[in-house]
Design a protein around this ligand. Structure first.
Ligand code: PLP
Ligand code: COI
Length: 359
């Protein structure tokens, strides 16, 4: 499909942009352009793609997404590599997961090449917005929602795919400093058979109250336990978890349908194995987590995701009080793996896996 390029009447002046890029924060600053692709069952599916100015969209008040939350999204980043070229990290995995989420939410597939082409188009238009500093990148947010005006409960027949971009620094204010995690007792995130493995807005809406509870208790993030036994550690509101032990083994919770299959998670499994560690995807309980931290068998816990990269978990506030992982600082393996991953993304470490797509 050809992308129609709409003129931009008033792009941001270069000096305003440069000033804003000095301290972008996370998700507050946006680039000049966006991609919109329309879907209509009666017009043969995906039929109109534009690259134009980022602007407000108009939506019928009966649009299905506003009532029944048919919505999915992705999160990925464009990185400036040492030589000033731009690169994406495993974008085809985001394209694939986008369609897995779409299927779970009874939405149409977006052809992977159209997803990838939209990313190329937007990054090319907004390439001056990619921060160059070591912690910076251009966060890309592709999303799709049901736009059909209809109040019956059934899958919509019209959708919009939109791609926007936001220059970002670290997700956490403290950068890669250890975070404190709140174990949610009253709330769970996803039940078996539910939508936990899909990247859909409702999962994040459901995480807001437990996340606020965590903040009230001086924690940075919430960790969810499984919905059936309230025993097994699943994931954070926006990150997967890894537990590193003193015998060279590592555990990460298995993909049983209630957690998001993270692309960083998948990459870390490979990188940790290359470090000679034995990575097992198996359930790990909150009681064991505390016991292993107390005896010192557990050396490190790391949280990972596109936004948070690799972040050490320093302290956990659980039902039986607080416990500290290792010395509460950043563990050796967490540091090493973070540096390797960021090095691959930023082009300073050789990409032996074919994970990097240059733009
Ligand atoms: N888990 C949740 C709930 C997330 O929102 C994310 C972020 O996208 C992740 C895990 C990590 O996934 P990825 O590494 O693909 O960014
Ligand atoms: C991401 O890492 O891309 C996410 O979507 C997580 C969110 C907490 C920003």
């Amino acid at each position: 499909m050809e992308f129609e390029h709409l003129p931009h009447p008033a792009p941001t002046p270069a000096d305003t942009r440069e000033q804003a890029l000095k301290d972008p924060g996370f998700g507050k600053l946006f680039t000049d352009h966006m991609v919109v692709i329309d879907y209509d069952e009666e017009k043969g599916g995906w039929h109109k793609a534009t690259l134009g100015p980022r602007e407000a969209i108009s939506l019928d008040p009966a649009a299905a997404v506003l009532h029944y939350a048919q919505e999915i999204f992705e999160g990925m980043k464009a990185y400036k590599q040492g030589d000033d070229t731009l690169a994406l990290f495993r974008p085809e995995q985001n394209a694939r997961r986008f369609n897995e989420s779409a299927r779970r939410m009874a939405m149409p597939d977006l052809p992977e090449r159209l997803f990838l082409e939209s990313i190329r188009q937007l990054v090319a238009a907004d390439r001056d917005w990619v921060p160059g500093d070591p912690d910076g990148s251009l966060y890309l947010r592709p999303f799709m929602f049901a736009s059909e005006a209809f109040l019956g409960v059934r899958p919509a027949k019209q959708y919009k795919y939109i791609l926007i971009a936001s220059p970002v620094g670290p997700y956490f204010k403290g950068g890669a400093k250890p975070v404190k995690i709140w174990v949610s007792r009253n709330y769970t995130r996803a039940a078996p058979g539910g939508t936990g493995a899909a990247k859909t807005g409702g999962n994040y809406a459901a995480s807001l109250v437990p996340q606020a509870e965590g903040i009230e208790n001086s924690c940075d993030q919430v960790v969810f336990l499984d919905a059936v036994e309230k025993k097994w550690v699943e994931e954070l509101g926006g990150m997967n978890l890894f537990f590193v032990f003193d015998d060279g083994t590592v555990i990460t919770p298995p993909l049983t349908g209630t957690i998001l299959p993270g692309i960083t998670r998948n990459s870390l499994i490979e990188l940790l194995r290359e470090e000679g560690l034995q990575v097992r995807e198996e359930p790990y309980s909150i009681d064991q987590w505390r016991a292993d931290a107390v005896t010192g068998k557990l050396l490190e816990t790391m949280a990972c995701g596109t936004a948070a990269v690799v972040t050490p978990v320093g302290t956990v506030l659980g039902p039986d009080g607080e416990f500290t992982i290792g010395s509460g600082g950043t563990g050796q393996m967490t540091n090493k793996i973070r540096e390797r991953l960021v090095g691959i993304q930023k082009g300073s470490v050789e990409d032996t896996h074919g994970w990097v797509t240059k733009l």
